[in-house]
Each structure stands twice: as structure tokens, then as C-alpha cells.
Design a protein around this ligand. Structure first.
Ligand SMILES: [Zn+2]
Length: 334
């Protein structure tokens, strides 16, 4: 579903205002290049902008959501809108020819026609060349939106014919709010927004059962690792090792564990800190009373060391047992 303009405005206020002004003045260019890193909201902004362009009754630069244009766009079958993605490694000449043919069709729908080229850095020389002529002289009200995470890989000939719109990265608290708005619990939103800054990827992760299990296992281990070394060893055997079987999974587990210790540092500095695991805030608040910054720093170092050992293919059981002992060090002196 397309996020509402007000939601997208929170994610990318500057870009969205810029596009709304362009719309208000009706100075819509033939072609735009949306460029920005992964997770900067390019898709959400693109969809909101396209919807605005196709809306029949916009009010104050916001689509009405009820007209035929809005409804058809939302249902995914607006005849005046098409999206091209790389077919395999690159975007082929035939795909661009297809776009040109579709856009030139005497459509049943009057008004604007819009095509989107995803990962425009994947245009090969031949498809780019075909597109160039069309970018320069489209027939009628045709608009292109090209998207890329790699602006440096866009051919200069293309670049010179498009209006560039740069997407800055989105602050974490805005990503968390957006994820909660899209149905995640506050605690899951807080966690996945640490693992990735891409909102789409975060949503997928949050719905993944294995990830939920991984998160649960890590939280259990943190609490026992901080209180009882024997229980920690048991937890490694019974919970951790069956959950994190492969090297990649173990790496994710160690990263998730690292976030917990960073939370402890943050909570020690500020009892109301924004955490990766707000659901164990009560545990953090108790625990930080009994542990020094220096000890927390040592524990973080121990986890980073375990990550290095993982890359050197150390036996995972041994690695985790050693880590549990290292996390306990200094405990008796507190
Ligand atoms: Zn509308």
C-alpha cells in the first residue's frame, strides 16, 4: 500500500516538500533521478509522487485517495503507470522499447503517463542509448522517474537529461515511528531498525519467525550471562547453539548480543535511553546499578573478539563458552 503523503513527509520532509512545490507550480520535469542509499525511502516517495501526479482531484498537493486515478493506482492497475526492473543483470534494450511503445499508445486514459525505472544504474549502453532519445523528446505528458542507490554508476548522458533529487538518510526515530505505524510492536520496531536502515527490509525481518526466535534467544542469554555463569553455559547449549547453527546465523546472534550491551551503556548514561530492546528495560535499569562503564566496555570487547574468532572459523561451542566466561569476568568484584 502507498504510504500517505503525511507519513512520507515525516520520512523525507525536504524531498517531499520539494516535489510538492514542483507539483504546485506545475513545473514537472520530463525525467527525475531519485538517488540515495538503501533505506532512504525512495520507493515510498516515488509512489506518493506518482499518486499525486495521477490524482484527478488533488487538494493542496495531496492526492484525494478517492478518485478513479487514486484507486486504480492503489489497486496496481493504472494503465498510465508502468515500472521497469532489471531483467537479470541489466535492463535490456527490449524492455526500454516496450516502455516507449506503452507510453506512446493512444491510451484510454487521458492525462499524464508515468514510467519508473528501478535500479537505473543497471541500464546497459544499448538500453541507455534507446532511452536517451525518449527522455529528450517524449510525446505528450510523459514523465520518467529513475531510481538508483549508485548515482556514480549512472551514465553521464542519462544524468545530463534528468533532474536529480538526492535522498538523505532517515533518522532512526523516524524509521521506528514509521515501522510502528505499519503494524510492528514498539520493541520489534526498535530492534529491526538497528539491524537495517531499510524500512522494507526491516518489515520482512520483523515478520520472520527465525528472527523472532533469534531475538528471544539473545534476550534470554543476556539476562543469564549477566547473573549466573552456569545458567549461561546451559543456555548456550540448550538455546543458543540450536538457534544459531551456521556461521552467518551466529554472526547475527553476536550482533544482536552486542546491541544489548550497547543498550546497557546507553541506559547507564541515561535511564530513559532509546534502546534496541526496550522490552527488557527493567532488567537494564537494575543491572546498570551493578556494573561499571569499564566492565561494560570489556564485555563489548569480548563480543567483538568472538566475532573475529568466528571469522577464523573457531569451533562455535568453544567460542560461545569462552565468551560466557569473558562476560562474567569482573562480576564478583562489583
Ligand atoms: Zn485522487
Amino acid at each position: 500500500m502507498t504510504q500517505s503523503i503525511s507519513e512520507v513527509l515525516k520520512l523525507q520532509p525536504v524531498v517531499m516538500k520539494q516535489l510538492q512545490m514542483i507539483y504546485q507550480k506545475q513545473r514537472i520535469a520530463h525525467a527525475y533521478l531519485f538517488e540515495g542509499g538503501k533505506g532512504t525511502g525512495k520507493q515510498a516517495v516515488m509512489r506518493a509522487f506518482v499518486k499525486l501526479l495521477l490524482c484527478e482531484n488533488p487538494l493542496q498537493n495531496v492526492p484525494c485517495e478517492t478518485c478513479r486515478g487514486c484507486r486504480r493506482f492503489e489497486s496496481g492497475n493504472h494503465p498510465n503507470f508502468m515500472v521497469v526492473e532489471p531483467d537479470g543483470q541489466d535492463i535490456k534494450k527490449d524492455q526500454i522499447l516496450q516502455v516507449i511503445m506503452e507510453m506512446n499508445k493512444t491510451s484510454l486514459e487521458a492525462g499524464r503517463k508515468i514510467y519508473v525505472i528501478q535500479r537505473a544504474d543497471r541500464l546497459n549502453p544499448s538500453s541507455a542509448n534507446t532511452l536517451l532519445k525518449f527522455l529528450e523528446e517524449p510525446e505528450g505528458q510523459v514523465h520518467a522517474i529513475l531510481l538508483t542507490e549508485k548515482p556514480y554508476a549512472i551514465l553521464p548522458t542519462i544524468r545530463s537529461r534528468v533532474q536529480q533529487i538526492s535522498f538523505p538518510s532517515i533518522p532512526r526515530d523516524e524509521r521506528v515511528k514509521s515501522l510502528i505505524h505499519q503494524g510492528l510492536t514498539a520493541s520489534m520496531a526498535a530492534t529491526v531498525s538497528m539491524v537495517t536502515n531499510d524500512i522494507e527490509e526491516a518489515l520482512v525481518l520483523a515478520k520472520d519467525e527465525q528472527f523472532a526466535q533469534a531475538r528471544k534467544t539473545v534476550l534470554k542469554l543476556v539476562e543469564v550471562a549477566e547473573t549466573n555463569v552456569h545458567e549461561a553455559m546451559l543456555c548456550v547449549q540448550e538455546d543458543w547453539l540450536p538457534t544459531f547453527k551456521e556461521k552467518e546465523e551466529t554472526e547475527l546472534g553476536l550482533d544482536l548480543l552486542l546491541f544489548a550491551y550497547r543498550d546497557l551503556v546507553a541506559v547507564k548514561a541515561n535511564p530513559d535511553a532509546v534502546c534496541t530492546y526496550p522490552d527488557i528495560m527493567h532488567f537494564y535499569q537494575q543491572r546498570v546499578l551493578h556494573v561499571t562503564y569499564e566492565q561494560l566496555s570489556d564485555k563489548i570487547q569480548a563480543i567483538l573478539k568472538a566475532k573475529q574468532q568466528l571469522h577464523r572459523n573457531m569451533n562455535r561451542t568453544l567460542l560461545m563458552e569462552q565468551l560466557m566466561l569473558n562476560l562474567q569476568e569482573g562480576f564478583s568484584f562489583v
